[in-house]
Design a protein around this ligand. Structure first.
Ligand code: SAH
Length: 468
């Protein structure tokens, strides 16, 4: 059966500006085919295969025909496909053509709208696209000249009431400014240019038609950018958001942690997660519950899979009544407690009762750290296996790294090339807790800032370090 293709709008860039349906489809997808402007931070939580079809300009680019065929082929393989486009899929960017092609090939497809940069991108720079005092209409225009070199209808455009927004217009900016003035617009009409709206690297300038080309050159603003013409630009001063960590970009080399993400994002920072691991549950033999013994939980996720398995068999935690429960560390102990289980103690190989059956629960490879040298053989229950997935992340894009655990330090470090390690060693590394800081130092990271492990402390320390 052909798989559903969802044409999804990713919104202007900030990963939280995605619709709920878009998010669900990304979770369900087998494969995500995405464009150049899509923020990598939006993609990183999803485990689907990811295909980048929008290489940077001047590099080899996959043609629109190839993309269309790729969508059809993937669907015919029965895959659930997400075609992810910046902004709204039907605002420029050829989403409509892709839909037509799918429809002609009898491929089931849907469109999931997104926030177009033409509106949301302006708002992020403090420009409301309409305003009672300045504009009662808006016009979104492509600045990309047609293939046959035909000019836009400048006479018409220059005489519109309201805000004019040009997309894909940067290469044409001198012509746009010239034509608007030549067709009757005042040369002091306000103009703003907003680059990478809602991304961490967002920058904007305001000017007027006479000076905008110069200002843009001076400030080195380039594509992708929105060109906004009209009185609403005057509101930028009043409506521009000012948040303390605006413009800063942090990497958290760990699975998506919504609290840390929210805490940083609420202060204006942008965050990308880098979880190189996915957990694959494994089949395993259950211990003889009646025999009783010592159950050592080496990591909470592993215990979670164990419990899930019990539940599918109609058994719950009461099956462990004859067992002593031992946690490998305080965090595991705490997590067990949150689950309503009080551990009998913390793991100490010297204090184990070797006369009773011993069962270790953990991740497949990590369990080898618990080889106890005992006459009575211990049992090892690997309830899941952690697998590495490749995430392309450029460390140059980040101002700092927040490490929530020692594993996050080693995981990122081992996955880095020697140049990346060199770069990492100079970056501001916020280590949540002393153990994590020690791990950073052990690996030779030089700029390590130890932070008491709470979200609030992370925010306060980051603010201090980056205070301007
Ligand atoms: N479908 C998209 C537009 C695709 S055309 C949408 O609805 O937003 C690509 C153009 O969109 C770029 O050349 C640029 O002009 C604009 N654009 C998209 N995202 C942008 C962003 N985050 N910041 C500034 N311009 C953006």
């Amino acid at each position: 059966m052909n798989g559903l293709v969802s044409l999804i709008g990713a919104g202007p860039g900030n990963p939280e500006l995605l619709t709920l349906l878009g998010k669900r489809r990304l979770e369900e997808a087998d494969v995500i085919v995405y464009d150049r402007l899509v923020n990598p931070a939006l993609l990183s939580p999803f485990v689907a295969e990811k295909i980048d079809v929008g290489k940077m300009p001047l590099h080899h680019k996959i043609s629109q025909y190839q993309i269309n065929d790729m969508l059809v082929d993937l669907s015919k393989q029965g895959k659930r496909v997400v075609r992810l486009k910046a902004g709204d899929p039907y605002v420029f960017g050829r989403g409509g053509e892709e839909g037509q092609y799918l429809s002609q090939h009898q491929i089931p497809f849907e469109v999931v709208p997104g926030l177009t940069s033409a509106i949301a991108g302006l708002a992020a720079a403090g420009i409301p696209i309409t305003h009672r005092d300045f504009a009662s209409s808006f016009h979104v225009i492509t600045g990309h000249r047609k293939a046959n070199g035909e000019e836009l209808d400048w006479e018409n455009i220059a005489h519109q009431e309201g805000t004019i927004v040009f997309l894909m217009g940067m290469a044409q900016l001198p012509n746009i400014a010239k034509q608007l003035v030549a067709h009757g617009m005042a040369s002091d009409t306000p103009v703003a240019v907003v680059q990478w709206a809602t991304h961490w690297k967002q920058r904007s300038i305001s000017s007027d038609l006479a000076n905008v080309v110069q200002t843009v050159e001076k400030m080195h603003i380039s594509s992708p950018a929105l060109i906004v013409v009209g009185g609403v630009v005057k509101l930028m001063g009043d409506l521009q958001p000012h948040r303390p960590l605006q413009g800063l970009h942090f990497l958290i080399p760990f699975k998506q942690d919504s609290k840390l993400f929210n805490a940083l994002q609420d202060e204006g920072a942008a965050v990308n997660f880098f979880d190189r691991r996915v957990k694959k549950p494994l089949a395993f033999e259950l211990p003889d519950f009646d025999a009783g013994g010592v159950l050592i939980v080496t990591d909470f996720a592993a215990f979670h899979y164990f419990q899930e398995r019990l539940l599918t068999l109609g058994i719950d935690n009461r099956a462990l009544a004859n067992w002593k429960l031992v946690a490998s560390n305080h965090i595991v102990k705490y997590r067990l407690q949150q689950d309503g289980l009080l551990a009998d103690g913390l793991y100490d190989p010297k204090k184990l009762d070797y006369k009773r059956p011993i069962v270790f629960i953990g991740e497949r490879l990590a369990l080898s750290n618990y080889n106890v040298d005992v006459a009575a053989k211990a049992d090892y229950l690997a309830t899941y296996q952690s697998e590495t997935i490749n995430q392309n992340i450029d460390l140059n894009d980040f101002h700092g790294i927040v490490f929530p655990s020692s594993a996050s330090v080693t995981d990122l470090y081992t996955g880095c090339t020697s140049e990346e390690r060199e770069l990492m060693s100079k970056m501001s590394c916020f280590a949540m807790g002393q153990t994590v800081a020690n791990e950073c130092q052990k690996l030779g990271l030089k700029n390590v800032i130890e932070v008491k492990p709470s979200y609030d402390n992370v925010i306060q320390t980051v603010k201090k370090v980056f205070a301007r």
